[in-house]
Write a protein that binds this ligand. Sequence first.
Ligand code: NAD
Length: 255
Amino acid sequence: LRLRSALALVTGAGSGIGRAISLRLAKEGALVAASDRNGAAAEETIRLLEGMGGETGTGPGCHAAFQADVAEAGAAQGLIEQIQAYFSRPPSVVVSCAGITRDEFLLRMPEDYWNEVIAINLKGTFLITQAAARALVSSGFGGSIINISSIVGKVGNLGQVNYAASKAGVDGMTRSVARELGRHGIRCNSILPGFIKTPMTEKVPQKVLDQITPLIPMGHMGAPEDVADVVAFLASDGSRYITGATLEVTGGLFM
Ligand code: NAD
């Protein structure tokens, strides 16, 4: 158990990659605070943790679900306060996984698609990072902040100028946070997943999948667990000298 005694906050924990991360961290012995704007989905994630390590009843020794929209004013700060009140300590592992896509070609992209994606993927990640970092710095025990970015932030993608900008922004923020907080024993890294099978990519037409799959050296799309395993590593002491890094989990796509 690499994460015994860690308390891990996962945003976007109600689906896909965030749910797989919650399960993986619990298996490694962490207590999980699963947060999502869809509160019922976060609760379902906690139910899935039953028998996976840790307790799923109520009380500070048990995994717990939280409802929070990371883009809402005051929500991130409120979430960290709620978690601190519930567990009597701040989360030492903070995984920002909440994210959306609103795809449209540049020439047709409505301004609200831009605003919504930036508000959730970039500003939401900033707000969670800032609120968690304040609590971690005052706790003095250090921690690991892990942002789920995307390979699209590095290489761009058709119909995703907003999404690519949000994820490139997350990576720039990650490196800056790493520089600022290293002296407090707080590490900050990004994971750049490639093409992962989740509800987010279910919408992608078969035609596009057939074009992308041959470009993946590993020959197939990734599973949420492929990303979750790397999160567990970045959360653990095994990565103690890694900070400000962007780790590609793409099966080699666009390397
Ligand atoms: P998903 O749609 O299955 O899950 C996203 C979760 O985030 C949902 O439960 C949703 O309710 C939650 N969420 C959305 N907006 C939120 C908000 N404002 N506040 C709180 N929660 C919110 O998607 P996924 O594929 O699991 O993606 C998870 C993360 O991984 C995202 O940041 C995504 O950009 C990133 N990613 C995914 C892929 C992929 O191929 N699936 C590739 C690269 C990066």
